[in-house]
Design a protein around this ligand. Sequence first.
Ligand SMILES: *[C@@H]1O[C@H](CO)[C@@H](O)[C@H](O)[C@H]1NC(C)=O
Ligand SMILES: *[C@@H]1O[C@H](CO)[C@@H](O)[C@H](O)[C@H]1NC(C)=O
Ligand SMILES: *[C@@H]1O[C@H](CO)[C@@H](O)[C@H](O)[C@H]1NC(C)=O
Ligand SMILES: *[C@@H]1O[C@H](CO)[C@@H](O)[C@H](O)[C@H]1NC(C)=O
Ligand SMILES: *[C@@H]1O[C@H](CO)[C@@H](O)[C@H](O)[C@H]1NC(C)=O
Length: 408
Amino acid sequence: MNILYGKKSWLVLFFLNISGVTCFISYNNTGKANRGSNQSSDVFLNSVQLLQKYNYPTEEHVIITKDGYKLRSFRIPRKGPPVMLVHGIGDTSDCWLVLGPKHSLAYLLADAGFDVWLFNARGNRYSNENPRRISQKQYWDFSYEEIGILDLPATIDHILNITRRPKLTYIGFSQGTTVFFVMCSMLAEYNSLIDHAILLAPVAWIKHIKFPLINFFSRNLENLTLYAENKKVYEVFPYNYKFSKFHATVCRVNSPLRLLCELEYYIQFGVKKLTNLLTDRLPVITSHIPAGSSAKVFFHFIQGHARKRFQRYDYGIEKNKKVYASLSPPEYNVSLISVPMTLVVSEIDWFCDKDDVDTLKSKLKTVDKVINIKESVQFTHLEFVYGSRVNTVINEPVINILENLRNK
Ligand SMILES: *[C@@H]1O[C@H](CO)[C@@H](O)[C@H](O)[C@H]1NC(C)=O
Ligand SMILES: *[C@@H]1O[C@H](CO)[C@@H](O)[C@H](O)[C@H]1NC(C)=O
Ligand SMILES: *[C@@H]1O[C@H](CO)[C@@H](O)[C@H](O)[C@H]1NC(C)=O
Ligand SMILES: *[C@@H]1O[C@H](CO)[C@@H](O)[C@H](O)[C@H]1NC(C)=O
Ligand SMILES: *[C@@H]1O[C@H](CO)[C@@H](O)[C@H](O)[C@H]1NC(C)=O
């Protein structure tokens, strides 16, 4: 199914999940109501509304995975080669849009003539319908592996079918790189459908990750997993209207509570100067995250840190024997990946540590190029998509790589 939003179409239907209640909201049109208004009004616009507000033609594609999950991808149709953009953990396609047309990669790629496809993983606010009406426990029973081996392939198949192209280019950020490594190491056939992958802040081995409390989480992982199961915590960090509003308010330039915003980004991500994030867009950024994921995704990452391996989900000895026919879960064999890759790595990134990247690089066989962002640049994790310097540090090099591929 494919719903077209041309310039003249005036009805956009959208599902928003607010505090667990699914509301059906209908919007009139191409965002004309927003024209002339200031940028803060982007705070509550979804991906489609943002694109329409800035006059980009937009398509919404509904894609059903093999296991029956319903995903939404957004497209800015252009004549050039297809490029698929894959967001990070707890995030959505919004991450490629919220800085606006002068700074966000999706618009810049469309301006350069590329056919832009914005992926949304199962469980985020755009892909959280449950058409088979399975239980919440069943619905949220996925880790990043399912995103890698079910959501990505379904979306890639769909894009190649619609565009009638043999291959696409993949751009992933953070978890968007993890799921790429999972797919390409487990499903050999998908390697031949990607001409190049640009992996921003690649995350696979995370022994050295510097997330606050990560060691506490690692040490108490078993109890935390049990606790979540007993309390029926399956979804984490869902998109929440009230929270988003609060988040946007404290992060406004002149907010009296701005210290909270500074602390949040300093403590969680190591951002020393809030101006390293594109300041006047901060309310728009913060109002769009978090946007939902499963507890199992987080547990899977914490397991990787605790066991110091890039491995499949660990169910404990008994269930591992049944699922994997071994006591411990198998590792993802990233040396099987044959897609030419560019890794973009920042030396001070807490979530993508230099030593962990070295482990990854030592196993990958087809790295074309590594773009290394020096310590002196002080470029933190979120800046790959939300940074004030994103054009010179990320977007321009990325577009150069794509243009070289196109002109080959
Ligand atoms: C939607 O907008 C169109 C103009 O673009 C207008 O004619 C129509 O009445 C509007 N519909 C609603 C339900 O507001
Ligand atoms: C900008 O928009 C926001 C939300 O619509 C509004 O609260 C604010 O007063 C506006 N600021 C200006 C300068 O128009
Ligand atoms: C491919 O796209 C066509 C429409 O262009 C559709 O009818 C067909 O079902 C699609 N096939 C797959 C496998 O998605
Ligand atoms: C889990 O919690 C129990 C008490 O509730 C404690 O006795 C046990 O040591 C904890 N296990 C771990 C691995 O921390
Ligand atoms: C990964 O695959 C390569 C190539 O098939 C193989 O030689 C190697 O043993 C595999 N490693 C693991 C950990 O399975």
